[in-house]
Design a protein around this ligand. Structure first.
Ligand SMILES: Nc1ncnc2c1ncn2[C@@H]1O[C@H](COP(=O)(O)OP(=O)(O)O)[C@@H](O)[C@H]1O
Ligand SMILES: [Mg+2]
Length: 396
């Protein structure tokens, strides 16, 4: 199902457009943006899953329209935006800078708007095919957990996220340890791997999509793990080409591939980024960690990863010795998608080889992780879009 979401305070045209489109695979709804509502509210109201076109109508004041477009660009980079405004407006140039896909005049007919929506939908479908591969399934996700430094909580998040996904898709989640030298997924999940990624690397030419499972270690939660080599020396044989093939194989077999990385930008993390549909970027609140992530975010943008879904995770968000979440948000230039409080039980869980989300699903950190993970699960529907209505004509 594709969705067109209208951001507007005026009644009626969502239904008119729906009639004009005459396409039952496209659902048209509208979201009102009252004068006191935060533009972030719009982002939170958007449905997840499926192709999404957001149309910002001409009745939304320019500054607020821009803020909405900016939030969507940052938080839902897979959505496409359409702005209804005059082509000579100052807003137009600024809207281009935040990635607006198409612009249409307030005097345009409904038919023209419908054509624009169809064009943008077709563009989304083409891009999705490029991203997931022609035979790919848009619901398949590769989640790469990255941070500029070690010790920020990547393994903690990767293992908890994998387990949360497995509650919805048991047997369809693989957790890959790309911290090739010192990976500890095996300890985080208390596994005793018989085969590791080193064995898979050595056997790569004989392995196909089915036999790859022999290299994985099953966890009772329904997660499969591909563990890191047992000695750091073994990781040397794992070239980027080999790692690339490993992820290709796994992505063809599993709905969710969660990749834990070593921190910093190494060959393995570059492969992880390359395959990622979703980048889970982590920092804690200390200045070195935030600075390093700032640089990473900048590098990722210039390396061409802007088209993936970016999620920013702030760990130990309540640490009293660091920056406040507001400071961090400002420094990184991204809203915080998940803030995890410092939780003693988290370390305890890790030491015992049983992630917190399993040992204490009611802990604040577990609840936050569970809510966060829902964004990767289209069958858990987002809250219904508020119905209101719309008109193309307006006075911006
Ligand atoms: N929110 C948290 N509260 C308390 N301890 C945490 C938290 N997140 C991570 N830890 C602990 O910090 C240590 C490092 O976390 P880890 O996930 O191994 O980091 P990384 O994989 O990025 O090196 C571990 O002992 C882990 O249990
Ligand atoms: Mg780790």
């Amino acid at each position: 199902m594709s969705v067109v979401a209208f951001v507007t305070n005026e009644p009626g045209v969502d239904r008119e457009l729906s009639t004009e489109l005459a396409d039952h695979t496209i659902q048209v709804s509208s979201i009102a943006l009252g004068p006191t509502a935060s533009p972030m509210f719009i982002v939170e109201s958007l449905p997840t899953g499926g192709d999404l076109v957001v149309v910002v109508a001409a009745d939304i004041p320019a500054d607020r329209a821009l803020a909405v477009l900016e939030h969507i660009d940052r938080n839902r980079p897979t959505a496409a935006t359409v702005l209804i405004t005059d082509s000579d407006s100052a807003l137009l140039r600024r809207a281009m800078a935040v990635g607006v896909r198409s612009v249409i005049s307030p005097t345009a007919s409904l038919e023209e708007l419908a054509d624009t929506v169809r064009e943008v939908m077709a563009w989304l479908a083409r891009r999705r095919q490029v991203l997931v591969g022609v035979d790919g399934d848009p619901e398949r996700r590769v989640l790469s957990v990255l941070s500029a430094k070690g010790g920020t909580g990547k393994t903690t998040v990767a293992s908890n996220v994998a387990i949360a996904l497995a509650t919805v898709a048991p047997g369809q989640v693989v957790l890959v340890d790309f911290d090739l030298q010192f990976g500890d997924v095996e300890y985080a999940l208390r596994l005793k791997p018989e085969q590791t990624i080193a064995d898979l690397g050595r056997a790569r030419d004989r392995v196909d999509a089915t036999s790859v499972k022999a290299f994985l270690t099953a966890h009772p939660s329904g997660v499969f793990a591909l563990c890191a080599p047992s000695s750091p020396a073994e990781s040397e044989d794992l070239s980027a080409v080999v790692l690339d093939r490993v992820i290709d194989l796994l992505a063809s077999q599993f709905r969710y591939v969660v990749i834990d990385t070593a921190g910093g930008i190494d060959d393995a993390s570059l492969v992880a980024m390359d395959h990622a549909t979703d980048l889970l970027l982590m920092s804690s609140t200390d200045i070195p960690s935030v600075r390093a992530l700032q640089k990473t975010v900048h590098a990722l943008g210039s390396l061409g990863f802007a088209d993936r879904n970016w999620h920013y995770i702030l760990n130990r968000s309540d640490a009293k010795v660091g920056l406040t979440p507001d400071d961090v948000r400002e420094a990184i230039g991204m809203p915080i998608d998940l803030a995890i409080p410092d939780t003693k039980a988290m370390t305890l869980a890790m030491n015992q080889g049983s992630p917190l989300i399993e040992t204490d699903p009611r802990a604040a950190a577990s609840k936050k992780l569970t809510t966060f993970v829902q964004r990767f699960i289209p069958e858990i529907q987002a809250e219904p879009i508020r119905k209101s209505a719309f008109s193309l004509r307006s006075s911006r």
